[in-house]
Design a binder for this molecule. Structure first.
Ligand code: CP3
Length: 340
């Protein structure tokens, strides 16, 4: 198996900068669209042969250094008694919503067997893949925003009301989601994933103070218990939270484009980093794209180790050809950089 990605996860300098992309499987790819026309998104996630095939598409087409399991952060919510739907062009829907302590009894202990399709997909993939497989889950806080709001929102009013009006109840919800998430990630490790990524998409809606109170302890609890594979912690809009991110003891921190990798490396000494190209750079000219890519690769040399990624998922309007050219450029340029 190609191990450059895993070496970088473990903090070793590599011969070239490994690269993969968040949301590398998706509707921007015609091969994905072809399958998606026949099945809805959840059916694709729940059919191991299809989920495995879609996971493999970007590996074959783009030549990236790692695969990420095809699924969604909301999938485990069904195993704790909630309903999820993915509505075309409207995003996900979760219900019933838990917006106060009284409604916590709507949650039941995670029925891990009902997620067997995920573990079956992992088993198929580890047989077929020539690159490492990344498993994942949301952070308890990001998951909680979906449980509370019922979808993606602009200002997270219900989440913050629950948090500040009934903080004890909110901590109980976080406790519950932490245990469920840990169990889910541990089962993914047992099934064979080589690394894990925790998605904390909404961490940046919290002040650093509230991040420390309501989010960080739960992520830390999960990371501390997952010792057998490297853990990448992704968060966005958290350039003001760097001191707290450092405390998490994640093997790799994945950062977005709102901070230079160089500045992050200086603030987070001896930390491996992942990121951090603005995904919409891919909608512009190759000249602008490669200029920014070069800077990220050069800056990345300051980190303990660096994995190239976007600061968020691949946009649906992205050209597959351009993304493939980007992968080749990253491999070639970063290899040359190490010979200077
Ligand atoms: O990275 C990968 O390729 C692995 C698969 C993956 C998906 N979602 C597939 C998906 C992963 C890791 C996710 C994570 C996820 N899902 C996050 C965290 C990362 C982030 O983007 O911030 C969040 C917040 C979600 C919730 C979610 N799922 C939303 C808001 C949406 C709808 C909006 C959209 O972009 O379409 C989804 C649907 C979803 N998840 C799709 C895919 C491929 C689109 C499904 C389709 O219609 O084909």
């Amino acid at each position: 198996m190609k191990d450059t990605f895993l070496k970088a996860c473990q903090g070793f300098k590599t011969d070239y900068t490994p690269v993969w992309f968040m949301r590398q499987a998706g509707r921007y790819m015609k091969e994905y669209q072809k399958i998606r026309q026949k099945y809805d998104f959840l059916t694709m996630c729940k059919t191991p042969e299809i989920a495995a095939e879609v996971t493999l598409q970007p590996i074959k087409i783009l030549g990236v250094d790692a695969a990420i399991l095809f699924s969604d952060i909301l999938v485990p919510l069904e195993a704790v008694g909630l309903k999820i739907e993915f509505i075309e062009d409207k995003g996900p829907k979760v219900y019933p919503n838990i917006r106060d302590e009284e409604n916590l009894n709507l949650l039941k202990n995670i029925e891990i067997d009902s997620l067997d399709y995920v573990f079956k997909t992992i088993k198929i993939l580890t047989k077929e893949l020539e690159v490492p497989l990344i498993g994942f889950a949301a952070s308890p806080f990001t998951l909680a925003t979906y449980v509370i709001e019922g979808g993606t929102t602009k200002d997270f009013v219900n989440t913050k009301r629950f948090m500040f009006a009934q903080s004890e109840g909110f901590h109980k919800l976080m406790d519950f989601l932490t245990d469920a998430t840990l169990n889910y990630l541990q089962e993914q490790v047992k099934a064979g994933v080589h690394a894990l990524q925790i998605f904390d998409t909404w961490a940046g809606i919290l002040s650093p103070f509230d991040y420390e109170v309501f989010c960080k302890p739960y992520v830390k609890r999960i990371i501390n218990k997952l010792k057998s594979v490297p853990v990448i912690y992704f968060s966005s809009n958290t350039a003001g939270h760097l001191n707290h991110l450092k405390d998490l003891d994640a093997d790799v921190l994945s950062i977005d484009w709102r901070i230079d990798i160089r500045d992050a490396s200086l603030a987070l000494k001896d930390q491996s980093l992942q990121g951090n190209l603005d995904p919409l750079t891919l909608l512009g000219t190759e000249e602008e794209l490669f200029k920014r890519t070069e800077k990220i690769l050069i800056d990345g040399m300051n980190a303990k180790s660096h994995i190239f990624n976007l600061g968020h998922g691949v946009n649906i309007n992205t050209s597959v050809d351009k993304l493939k050219k980007l992968v080749d450029f990253i491999h070639e340029f970063s290899h040359k950089l190490r010979r200077i």
